[in-house]
Design a binder for this molecule. Structure first.
Ligand SMILES: C[S@@+](CC[C@H](N)C(=O)[O-])C[C@H]1O[C@@H](n2cnc3c(N)ncnc32)[C@H](O)[C@@H]1O
Length: 219
């Protein structure tokens, strides 16, 4: 079982109240913040949970994930939606040209990126158009106990815990799950030249909408 398989186990079988609220609020957030018929890239799309949430708003969706088995399942799931396209690709090397997307969504992924976080954020910034938006979520500093309960219920092989970072066995692939304070997330986005347009505090998660700084105004 890899990271995405355990995530599916939590979503399908061990959904605690706090996770249920997270996913419900996230779906509402996406419906309220993604423009109708927008061209969207979903990074770390897994089996397509976010793509499914986006369908009432837009069907112009591309999903990428480096988990080929998850991408195959998502292909099957969305086979009746000709404008939904999913493919295997890494968030640190997004195979699309600059400025292609109106929106980039990246839900439940930032916390798993570890040392690849900066590269992945740069790639998301590159492929979103000027004036476009990136929507991401992250576990908050209040999430650790809820996460540990979910990992235990789903049998996720936890190796060690350092502060709010949980390290899983390497066999599951993406083996880190981090949490951040609002201030830490603001600093992470600021360092990458991303402006915070909106922030939602969902208890165990924060959801942020960010956009590119207008570099033409910088002397
Ligand atoms: C916790 S799952 C979330 C899946 C989906 N976004 C959702 O919310 O249901 C994290 C996903 O991120 C993917 N992922 C992690 N690092 C990645 C990377 N560097 N490039 C592409 N996908 C990545 C994993 O394969 C996994 O499907």
């Amino acid at each position: 079982m890899n990271n995405n398989d355990y995530h599916n186990r939590i979503v399908e079988s061990y959904l605690s109240e706090s996770y249920r609220v997270w996913f419900e609020e996230e779906a509402k957030y996406l419906a309220a913040h993604v423009a109708r018929s927008a061209v969207v890239l979903d990074v770390g799309s897994g089996d397509g949970r976010t793509i499914n949430d986006l369908l009432p708003v837009t069907k112009n969706i591309t999903g990428i994930d480096h988990d080929t088995a998850a991408i195959e399942r998502a292909k099957e799931r969305f086979k009746d939606f000709p404008s939904v396209h999913v493919e295997t690709a890494d968030a640190t090397k997004i195979p699309f040209e600059d400025g292609r997307f109106d929106f980039v969504t990246c839900m439940g992924v930032l916390m798993n990126l570890g040392k690849h976080r900066t590269e992945a954020l740069r790639e998301m910034k590159r492929v979103v158009k000027d004036g476009g938006k990136i929507i991401l979520d992250s576990f908050s500093e209040r999430s650790l106990m809820e996460r540990l309960k979910a990992y235990e219920a789903a049998g996720v092989p936890v190796k060690r815990i350092e502060g709010g970072a949980v390290f899983f066995d390497e066999s599951i692939g993406d083996n880190i799950s981090e949490q951040f304070t609002e201030g830490e997330l603001r600093n992470i986005f600021d360092r990458e030249g991303l402006i915070i347009e909106d922030m939602y505090d969902g208890g165990i998660v924060y959801i942020f909408t960010v956009s590119k700084k207008n570099t033409s105004l910088i002397q």
